[in-house]
Each structure stands twice: as structure tokens, then as C-alpha cells.
Ligand binder design. Structure first.
Ligand SMILES: CC(C)(COP(=O)(O)OP(=O)(O)OC[C@H]1O[C@@H](n2cnc3c(N)ncnc32)[C@H](O)[C@@H]1OP(=O)(O)O)[C@@H](O)C(=O)NCCC(=O)NCCSC(=O)/C=C/c1ccc(O)cc1
Ligand SMILES: O=C(O)CCC(=O)C(=O)O
Ligand SMILES: [Fe+2]
Length: 360
């Protein structure tokens, strides 16, 4: 007993080493759970003040029926994007059977036998498809309880060979559907701003599509960590499919609220680049996922819509800038923007704040 205490004191906690050891397993958080651990390792411990308290109950996030009258849909999307930065859509045109198959296929990937799965483990995303745990593992202060399969859908789909065969068919079908839905959402959001419906599409904003298939394994000590830390999404809009487990929370009026899972619905949220482009008419809102305390794993699939024209200038649309509403942000290239994104850990709204002009 004494010897253990002495050896612990003699070897102080070396975070970098433990992060590297975890990375080298190439099995992610699920690998830890499968190995039978009952405690959350220290590299995953978040400071108590950043951890979720008791579960919030209410869900005020609007649910919008996209098959309703067009002008009503525009008004509801506009109001939700301005007030909540989040909404759910139903009757969105994507077959619910495809959504179910996609969740199953992504889960199937994460539950592959170890050798098949580790073959996909890489940080280099150049082939367009990679499996890793924690996109910001080497820059964050605390890791989170999830693994991710990331696949580039557009402007060109990842190399087919790089996409795990267990979900290839579903991913290809999903991209066709989600691209159409994304274009519709961008058009609705443009109309809500009073600009031409094709304005964002013409700026290539439906072209850069990145899919993440997250897997949140059961967490033995959910009070010590999170599934995904509080952050905003960097792109224009995100389309998110979540399964029935739940755990997604959104900040609204300074309080955390749950986003309830509705089978067949898709969650839509505004990213930092659309907040900037809309000159603050739409809001990109902080969200997080609590660590999964259910025996059942949680699966979600997000698609981030980004511009593909990287050297063009982005900033508030000139139509939205006037003497009464001066530009809130300066202009920048998407290359500059995304490089800055990868220099920081997953956090709150530091990206829009960086480009904010000091008007007052
Ligand atoms: C907006 C992204 C980052 C880029 O989209 P894109 O511009 O349409 O995609 P590209 O394929 O053209 O990649 C642009 C650049 O980003 C790089 N990149 C593309 N994914 C990756 C990748 N997972 N790893 C490290 N390089 C990459 C990619 O290599 C490329 O680098 P480069 O050619 O050198 O400019 C998109 O991949 C994306 O949203 N990915 C998902 C990120 C994600 O998991 N988001 C969840 C919430 S936000 C979050 O987790 C933030 C994490 C974070 C991560 C790292 C940090 O240092 C700090 C924070
Ligand atoms: O898994 C979720 O519900 C949310 C994931 C998320 O916020 C993200 O990938 O940016
Ligand atoms: Fe997000």
C-alpha cells in the first residue's frame, strides 16, 4: 500500500504521455470501455465548473414542418435562427428509413472488431475519411467521452476505398439527400435575411460538406467528463441526426436546455460563419453533449456546411450592411478562418470574436 503511494508521488501525472498512450491504442474511448475500466482516466476529467449540473427539463427549441406553406416556413426558420440558433425539422424530404440505416451503419463501424477499426485510425484527413477520438485531443485541456468517424462528402466525396465498407452505401445516399436539404435550408435562411435565395449557394456554401459519425460509449463516471465540450460550429449550418439516447444541450437565455430526440427529425444549427455573414441577424449558439450514462451507446451524425472557395473573402453580406446596421465583422478568407479554427481547442465563441470590429 505504502509502496503504491510512494511510486505515485515519485511519478507525477504526465498528461502528454497518457494522451499519447491513449492515441496509440487506436481504439478510442470505446476501446477503454471494452477493456473493462470502471473509472474515467484523468485525461478525460473536466474542471467541475465546466461540467453539466442537474439535467435541464424543458425543450423550447422550435420544431418546423418543412412541408408547410413556404412563407410560413421562411418566417419560422428566420425566427428560430435569430432567437435560438437551433431548430428541428420534420417532413424534410430525407427518407426516415435512410436515417435509421445511417445510424445503424455508423454504429456498425464503431462496433467493428478491433483490427478492422484500427486500420481506419488516423489524424491525416487527406484521403477524406478517418477514424479518431477527439478532434482536438492534442490541444484541449481535457478529452471528451466520444469517438468519431469523419468523412468528407464535398466538394468531392472521400476516396471510396477510404470509406469503411460497412457504411459506404448509406454515406453515399445520405450525401445526396443532405446536400439537397442543406441547399433548401440555405435558401430559406437567405430569404429570412431578405437576400436572394441563391446568395449563399453562389458563394459555394453548400459545397464543402464534412460528415462526422460520433459514437458516445457508456461512461462509468458521467459526472467527471462530457461527451462533447461546449462549443459552436465553425461553418454555416449543421444538419444533425441524433438517435434516441439524447444528451444534446443548447445554451438559451444563459441556461442549458435539452434538445429532445424526435425520431425522424433532424436538428439544424447556425454556425459561426453564418452568424458573421448575416451580420449578427442569426446566432451561432453554444452547445454540448453530456457524457452518456445509459448502457446503450449514443450515435449521432452531423454534416457541416462550409464554403469550398477558400481564397474568396467572407464577412457580412454587403446587402445587410447600412449606416443603421454597420458591419460587425471584417472580411477574411476561409483559409485564414479554418486555420485559426484548428489552432484553438473546442471552446465558446472565440472565432467570431476574433473577426469582430470594434464599432462602439
Ligand atoms: C470545418 C472543418 C474543420 C473543415 O471543413 P472544410 O473546410 O469543408 O474541409 P476540408 O476537407 O477542405 O479541410 C479544411 C482544412 O481542415 C483540415 N481538417 C479537416 N478536418 C480535420 C481534422 N479532423 N483534424 C485536423 N485537420 C482537419 C484539413 O486537413 C484542411 O487543412 P488544410 O488543407 O491544411 O487547410 C470540418 O472538417 C469540420 O467541421 N470538421 C469537424 C470538426 C468537428 O469535429 N467539429 C465538432 C465540433 S467543433 C470541434 O470539434 C473542434 C475541434 C477542434 C479541432 C482541432 C483543434 O485544434 C481545435 C478544435
Ligand atoms: O452529437 C451531437 O449531438 C452533437 C455533435 C456536435 O455538436 C458536433 O459534432 O459539432
Ligand atoms: Fe457542434
Amino acid at each position: 500500500m505504502t509502496a503504491t503511494i510512494i511510486s505515485a508521488a515519485a511519478s507525477p501525472y504526465d498528461r502528454r504521455k497518457e494522451v499519447e498512450e491513449f492515441e496509440n491504442t487506436k481504439l478510442g474511448v470505446k476501446g477503454l470501455v471494452d477493456s473493462g475500466i470502471h473509472r474515467v482516466p484523468t485525461i478525460f476529467h473536466h474542471p467541475p465548473d465546466s461540467l453539466p449540473e442537474s439535467d435541464p427539463e424543458e425543450d423550447p427549441i422550435p420544431v418546423i414542418d418543412l412541408s408547410g406553406p413556404e412563407s410560413e416556413v421562411v418566417d419560422r426558420v428566420q425566427a428560430a435562427a435569430a432567437k435560438f440558433g437551433f431548430f428541428q425539422v420534420v417532413n424534410h424530404g430525407v427518407p426516415v428509413s435512410l436515417l435509421d440505416r445511417l445510424v445503424k451503419a455508423v454504429r456498425g463501424f464503431h462496433e467493428l472488431p478491433a483490427p478492422e477499426k484500427t486500420a481506419h485510425y488516423r489524424r491525416d484527413v487527406s484521403a477524406g475519411a478517418s477514424f479518431f477520438s477527439n478532434v482536438d485531443l492534442f490541444v484541449s485541456k481535457a478529452a471528451s467521452w466520444r469517438d468519431t468517424l469523419q468523412i468528407r462528402l464535398g466538394p468531392t466525396l472521400a476516396d471510396l476505398d477510404a470509406i469503411p465498407s460497412i457504411c459506404r452505401e448509406e454515406v453515399i445516399e445520405w450525401d445526396k439527400e443532405v446536400k439537397q436539404l442543406g441547399e433548401r435550408l440555405l435558401a430559406l435562411l437567405c430569404q429570412g435575411l431578405g437576400v436572394h435565395a441563391n446568395r449563399l449557394k453562389e458563394m459555394s456554401c453548400s459545397e464543402g460538406r464534412v460528415m462526422v459519425g460520433h459514437y458516445y460509449p457508456y461512461c462509468p463516471e458521467p459526472e467527471k467528463t462530457v461527451g462533447i465540450a461546449c462549443h459552436t460550429d465553425p461553418g454555416l449550418v449543421t444538419v444533425l441526426l441524433q438517435d434516441q439516447v439524447g444528451g444534446l444541450q443548447v445554451k438559451h437565455d444563459g441556461k442549458w436546455v435539452n434538445v429532445k430526440s424526435i425520431h425522424g427529425a433532424l436538428v439544424i444549427n447556425i454556425g459561426d460563419l453564418l452568424q458573421i455573414t448575416s451580420n449578427d441577424q442569426y446566432t451561432s449558439v453554444e452547445h454540448r453533449v453530456v457524457a452518456n450514462s445509459h448502457r446503450e451507446p449514443r450515435v449521432s451524425v452531423g454534416v457541416f456546411f462550409n464554403p469550398s472557395l477558400r481564397d474568396n473573402l467572407y464577412g457580412p453580406l454587403p446587402e445587410l450592411v447600412s449606416a443603421e446596421k454597420p458591419a460587425v465583422y471584417r472580411q477574411f478568407t476561409y483559409s485564414d478562418y479554418i486555420t485559426r479554427f484548428f489552432k484553438k481547442e473546442l471552446d465558446g465563441k472565440s472565432l467570431p470574436n476574433y473577426y469582430r470590429l470594434q464599432n462602439e
